[in-house]
Design a protein around this ligand. Structure first.
Ligand code: FPP
Length: 226
């Protein structure tokens, strides 16, 4: 079974660079290169939704030179890749608090989203300036304003991912075994896969191992097998 929605926490760029005595931003650049090929591979496998954690709200506290390097990569990524994604039928979406980004980055992102809107092959969702708790609180505030009784479905629809199915498989690279404020509500029943590979070293083959592991799991969603 191929998961319909795969989410990836792309961790370990900094350590990848450190091991090579390179600046941290060289690690992020290597991560971006890997991200471009990996997302193609993920859609080639038949996955419909791919959500990648590129920057958390907590990451925004990093030193200004690292953040500026990341913003520059975002600019480059959206400017160079929007057309290719459009040609491949991939819809590009960003979830997160875009108000926390420099205005020009925000504009470039919004342009990329508008230009790829009609795609029918897959959805690439980048989590940028994203935090799950902040997303949940924003949804709670909307729910309170609207009033009435909440259901799980109604609440889900108030999140950034309102029209996206929940992730089936959530992968974290880079050795840490935690979710770091990523898709907390949506991942309630996701299969989790942790690997020591640093993100730039997380090859397509390594991804295939995660797919294999997913295929071997029995998803019961809390029920007992009949
Ligand atoms: C976490 O590794 C990674 C990030 C904070 C940035 C992720 C960005 C990319 C993969 C590339 C650019 C993305 C786009 C959308 C163009 P870390 O820096 O925390 O690594 P460490 O734990 O080894 O220090």
């Amino acid at each position: 079974m191929i998961p319909r929605h795969v989410a990836v926490i792309m961790d370990g760029n900094g350590r990848w660079a450190k091991k090579r005595l390179l600046p941290r931003n060289a690690g992020h650049r290597a991560g971006m290169k890997r991200m471009i090929s990996l997302s193609e591979h993920i859609f080639d496998c038949g996955v419909e939704f791919c959500t990648l954690y590129a920057l958390s709200t907590e990451n925004l506290k990093r030193p200004p030179e690292e953040l500026e390097g990341l913003f520059e990569l975002f600019r480059e990524y959206f400017i160079k890749n929007t057309q290719t994604l459009k040609e491949k039928g991939i819809v590009l979406r960003v979830i997160g608090n875009l108000q926390l980004l420099p205005p020009d980055v925000r504009e470039i992102i919004q342009k990329g989203e508008t230009e790829t809107k009609g795609g029918t092959r897959g959805n690439l969702i980048l989590a940028i300036a994203y935090g799950a708790r902040q997303e949940i609180i924003a949804a709670v505030n909307r729910a309170v304003k609207e009033g009435g009784e909440m259901t799980e479905e109604a609440f889900s629809s108030l999140l950034f991912t309102g029209d996206v199915p929940d992730p089936d498989l959530l992968i974290r690279t880079g050795k840490e075994i935690r979710l770091s404020n990523f898709l907390l509500w949506q991942s309630a029943y996701a299969e989790l896969y942790f690997t020591d590979k640093l993100f730039p070293d997380f090859t397509d083959k390594e991804f295939d191992k995660a797919l294999k592991s997913y295929g071997e799991r029995e998803r019961r969603f809390g029920k007992v097998e009949k």
